[in-house]
Design a protein around this ligand. Sequence first.
Ligand code: NDP
Length: 234
Amino acid sequence: MGRSIFITGGSRGIGLAAARSFAEGGDRVAVAGRSGAAPEGVLGLRADVRVPGDVERALREAEEAHGTVEVLVANAGITIDVPLLRMSDEQFETVVDTNLAGAFRAVRAAVASMLPARRGRVVCVSSALGFLGSPGQSNYAASKSALLGMARSVVWELGNRDITVNVVAPGIIDTDMTRPLTEQRRQELMRMTPLRRMGTVDEVVAAIRFLASDEASYVTGTVLPVGGGIAMGL
Ligand code: NDP
C-alpha cells in the first residue's frame, strides 16, 4: 500500500526523479515547489520554502491526501554563484534561506508528524561541494555543509524513536542546476571526480531510496556521498 512521501523541490531534477521513482514503487507522493508542478500520479503543491508557513501548509495538504508523512526528502535548493568580495548580503541570505532554512522548516514540520507515529525517514539533500568548498559558492557551500550539523542535532533529539535523519551529498549531477557551468569549470570538476563523468539523477535517487527504506533502520546521522568519488572520505 506504500508510504506517504513528501519531497520539497520535486518539479525538476533530482526531486522529480525521486518522486517518479517512489510513485512507481507504489508510494503516495507529494512534491512542493514554487511552480506546483508534478508528474502524473504525484500530488503537486505550490509552496516556497522561503516563505514561513508555506511548506508547513503544503505538508498538511499532503497529509490530508496521503496520510501522516513517513518519508521527507528535503531537496529544494538553488545556487547564486558570486565571488566573495562581490557577493551581496542578499545573495548570501537568499541561498542560505532556501537551502538551509528551507530544509529546517520542512524537517521541523515533518518530524512533528513523525514523532507521534514513532516512525519516519528524513533525507536531506546536501552537496559534496558543501564539504570540499567551491570558488564562488561560499553561500551554497555554507548552506549545504550546515545541513549535516542540523541533521545530527535532530538525530540526538529524536532519541530512540524509529525516525532516522540522514544526508546525501551528490557530486556533479546532470540537471538544470549544472547546465550553466562553463566548459572550463565542468572539466575542472571532472578532474576532481575519479569516475570522470557526471552522475545521473537516478544514481542519486538510488541512495535516497536506500536511506528512506525500512532496511536502513540502523543508519542515522550519516552523510552518503554520491559523487563518483569526488568526496571520498567524507
Ligand atoms: P534543479 O534546479 O533541477 O531543481 C531544483 C528544485 O528545487 C526545483 O524543483 C525547484 O522547484 C525547487 N526549488 C528551488 N527553490 C525553491 C523554493 N524557494 N521553494 C520550493 N522549491 C524550490 O536542481 P537539482 O535537481 O540539481 O538539485 C536538487 C538538490 O540537489 C538541490 O538541493 C541541490 O543543491 C542538490 N545538489 C545538486 C547537484 C547537481 O549537480 N545537480 C549536486 C549536489 C547537490 P521550483 O522551481 O518549482 O520552485
